[in-house]
Design a protein around this ligand. Structure first.
Ligand code: SAJ
Length: 402
């Protein structure tokens, strides 16, 4: 019942299916049964209100089983950690009956459906063909999940034709985009190359930003002008790539490959952006002063989100701590984070610099004048080109933009 499973269950529960949401976390199950949504995502509460939906911690018999568990990165080996997929498939197989359909939505390395998941399901005593199996990777962007789940095109990788057709029937209940029936392995592959495309292109933007700095050129203006060319669409530089998809999936693509140099280099460039931000910061404040204090604006992994998984803010904070810099965090969307999240006044009091890490639009409404009065020195480092810099300069701030 996470960011993908819950909206999918609710969309099915609003479109002719009876949906049972299973999660091993009892708190989430209890919240859902009290009609409360455990995380921020626009439109979910409304969908929950009307859905034929209940939640529980156990799997039971069903016509269709849909797996939407995390597939994080196994950090030491840099490969997909499939333990949650394994445990979900193990929870399902005792309830699997002839003619059932199992759908895997979680992002996995090519070949996982056939070589890893199906064999677990076959412990039911049924062979694939007696039950049906499809990989239908999710592709919705957090913040617009429901809209994208309905309107994006959908890939359905069927184990066989019947599996694909059955899965199509399920998704047709709410998907308005085109549904493409394909081979299972290509569905697994395509999901990974979509996020790899994004990661490599963000790395390009980040590298261009650093080159532009060497030339004293404003990268934002440069990108805006370059993107006027009809075949150029450069993404936005920033403090690094966070989240649980774009920074992870490229590694699933190359884990069993001898190639992938560019993909790994892009990962390295994006991973090193927090180091670059720290370097910019140390040119602004004097890290050797007795108690340098810096305020981070936005610890979520991207703007207008409360999700902090893999946030570049985390690495930046750790690097800053290593240099003896005290960090105070401010994020109006985030409550739970590895470091304490403070109210605005407390976060900026006696601070030497504000560093914008997540591009929350609400930061634009903050008055720099009032903040400046509370700070020890008026410095702003905007890694997202988010704020109206003229206003901050007028309020006496020295402004540096990535
Ligand atoms: N970012 C930049 N510059 C940009 C765009 C993003 O620095 O120009 C950063 C963001 O701030 C964030 C990270 O990259 O830290 C990832 O954000 P994102 O908006 O690119 O992607 P996610 O991780 O929120 O969602 C992606 C989406 N994939 C693509 O757009 C190809 C989504 O459609 C997928 O469903 C999702 O991954 C997933 O679950 O795989």
């Amino acid at each position: 019942m996470g960011h993908i499973g819950l909206p999918t269950a609710l969309l099915l529960g609003n479109n002719g299916y009876e949906a049972l949401g299973v999660d091993i976390n009892e708190n989430i199950v209890n919240m859902l049964n009290k009609r409360k949504i455990p995380f921020n995502e626009p439109g979910l509460s409304e969908l929950l209100g009307q859905a034929k939906f209940t939640a529980q911690t156990e799997v039971e018999e069903a016509d269709v089983f849909l797996i939407a568990v995390p597939t994080p990165l196994e950090k030491s080996m840099k490969v997909a950690d499939l333990r949650y997929v394994k445990s979900a498939a193990e929870m399902i197989y005792p309830h699997l009956r002839r003619g059932n359909l199992v759908i895997l939505e979680s992002t996995v390395p090519p070949g996982t459906g056939e070589e890893f998941v199906i064999p677990i399901l076959e412990k039911s005593g049924l062979n694939v063909g007696e039950f049906y199996f499809a990989h239908c990777p999710e592709r919705a962007i957090p913040g617009r999940t429901i809209h994208e789940m309905i309107h994006n095109d959908r890939l359905i990788g069927g184990y066989d034709k019947k599996s694909a057709e059955l899965a199509k029937k399920v998704y047709s209940s709410f998907v308005r985009g085109e549904i493409h029936l394909v081979d299972m392995k290509i569905a697994e592959f395509v999901k990974l190359i979509e996020n790899t495309y994004r990661d490599v292109n963000i790395a390009l933007a980040n590298e261009l930003a650093q080159i532009a700095e060497e030339f004293g050129i404003d990268i934002w203006e440069g990108i805006e002008l370059a993107n006027k060319h009809p075949r150029v669409d450069i993404l936005r530089p920033g403090p690094g790539v966070g989240g649980h998809c774009v920074a992870v999936d490229p590694l699933f693509l190359v884990e069993n490959s001898k190639k992938g140099r560019m993909i790994l280099l892009a990962r390295e460039i994006n991973n090193s952006m927090p180091n670059h931000v720290l370097e910019l910061l140390t040119n602004i404040i004097d890290p050797l002063r007795e108690d340098p204090t810096v305020t981070v604006f936005g610890v979520a992994y991207k703007g207008d989100q409360s999700d902090t998984r893999g946030s570049p803010a985390l690495k930046f904070i750790e690097l800053a701590h290593n240099r003896g810099i005290e960090i105070r965090c401010y994020d109006p969307y985030v409550e739970d984070f590895q470091y304490e999240v403070l109210g605005l006044d407390e976060a900026v009091k006696d601070s030497d610099c504000i560093v914008v890490i997540a591009d929350h639009k609400v930061f634009r409404d903050i008055s720099p004048q009032k903040l400046g009065e509370m700070m020890r020195s008026r410095n702003l480092l905007d890694t997202r080109n988010l704020l109206c810099h003229e206003e901050w300069i007028k309020a006496g701030f020295k402004v540096k933009v990535l």
